[in-house]
Design a protein around this ligand. Structure first.
Ligand code: GCO
Ligand code: MG
Length: 403
């Protein structure tokens, strides 16, 4: 038995907030897991400190499945982003421990590599089409095979996904939510010209992606998907909120543009109908927000039966620990599609030294035992938590719109 002797939560803000769980064992081996939930970080820290850690002490760190079931089925209140991020952090840390004990990189325990590397997409954005495409060209020069395009919308002051910095994007930008104005009509007019210009400038050998960020109704999404078809996008992401999974039937009826959804999902139940009815092409659930590697493997296996591939969320609010976990997972599953990759700042990379590396548009988790990521706790302590929220969106008449 490899006894869990201690566990603690580390909150740090090297440019943005991250929550990390560190689990220690009787053999001196420790594991780490990401528990970051953007804008709600301390809720997960409390769930772990007050409700999970006391139940972990003394358990066998090797019993990953049983501990997962214990934390999920054993709690009366199931699911939800806070609960599932906390369970995910425990799960990641336990897989890290098991792989370190085996002295193998985690992907080997998950069945070994199915591919030589993990194709990633980077984020190109800008205030204008021209600026966005200049940034996209810079990504292409760096070897990226896939690029997400988000551009400013004429007539709107700010738009999600468009940052001041060329390579770093932090949507959680204020201690209280800032407010932006949204116009669906202006937005819908702006995207097809962006893709038309992108194909002219970048050609057809690069995958182009777009994130709608839940801003459209199903029929509006159907129209945008259809308008983008001539430019062959890799996917249209989060076209409409997915609480009502049946909404995607309507989108599907109107377009063959591939659909991706699920970065805010936290369990297999959130995507059951979408996958079963083949209403989507890519499932974006992540290791940190969807119950860890143990649960995400289940989602991926279910998706594989229905011709749905993965496209894990990989924004900067997911720490390098989650990125590493995602890469081991991506490398080992048959129905991997693509992995999002937003680079972290140098400060974040220094707090979380890691073995994964980028080459020629692909990431590889590296060969270090475990997840291949560590946390420099002394450095982490120098960056105290600083409250930050994502902005909210209001329509031009002042009413609230979906994020
Ligand atoms: C993405 C996401 C991010 C989110 C952020 C919220 O596709 O990368 O939509 O940009 O806004 O991760 O926490
Ligand atoms: Mg997104």
């Amino acid at each position: 038995m490899l006894k869990i002797t201690a566990a603690r939560v580390i909150v740090t803000c090297p440019g943005r907030n991250f929550v990390t769980l560190k689990i220690e064992t009787s053999d001196g081996v420790y594991g780490i897991g990401d528990a970051t939930l953007n804008g709600r970080e301390l809720a997960v820290a409390s769930y772990l400190n007050d409700h999970v850690i006391p139940c972990l002490i003394g358990r066998d760190a090797h019993q990953i499945e049983d501990i997962w079931q214990y934390l999920y089925k054993g709690a009366y209140w199931r699911r939800g982003p806070v609960t599932m991020s906390a369970i995910a952090a425990v799960d990641m840390a336990l897989w890290d421990i098991k792989a370190k004990v085996a002295n193998l990189p985690l992907y080997q325990l998950l069945g070994g590599a199915c591919r030589t590397g993990v194709m990633v997409y980077g984020h190109a954005n800008g205030a204008s089409i021209e600026e966005t495409l200049d940034n996209a060209a810079a990504y292409a020069e760096q070897g990226y095979k896939a690029i997400r395009l988000q551009s400013g919308v004429p007539g709107l002051k700010t738009v999600y996904g468009v940052s001041k910095d060329r390579f770093f994007y932090e949507p959680a930008d204020a201690a209280l939510p800032s407010e932006s104005v949204w116009s669906t009509e202006k937005y819908l007019r702006s995207v097809p010209p962006l893709f038309e210009a992108a194909r002219e400038k970048l050609g057809w050998d690069v995958h182009l992606l777009h994130d709608v960020h839940h801003r459209l109704t199903p029929i509006e999404a159907g129209r945008l998907g259809r308008d983008l078809e001539p430019y062959r996008p890799f996917w249209m992401e989060d076209a409409t909120p997915a609480e009502n999974q049946a909404n995607f039937r309507l989108i599907r009826q109107h377009t063959t543009t591939p659909l991706a959804v699920g970065e805010v999902f936290n369990s297999i139940w959130d995507c059951k109908q979408l996958i079963e009815e083949q209403l989507i092409d890519y499932i974006r659930a992540t290791v940190v927000h969807a119950g860890g590697i143990t649960h995400l493997r289940r989602v991926a296996a279910f998706a594989d039966m229905h011709g749905v591939r993965t496209g894990c969320h990989g924004a900067t609010d997911l720490s390098p620990i989650c990125m590493a976990a995602a890469l081991h997972f991506d490398l080992s599953i048959p129905n991997f599609g693509i992995q999002e990759y937003m680079r972290h700042t140098a400060e974040t990379d220094a707090v979380f030294p890691h073995a994964y590396s980028f080459e020629d548009g692909m990431l590889h988790p590296g060969e270090a035992p475990g997840l291949g990521v560590d946390i420099d706790e002394a450095l982490a302590a120098k960056y105290p938590y600083s409250r930050a929220y994502l902005p909210v969106a209001r329509r031009e008449d002042g009413s609230m719109h979906d994020w």
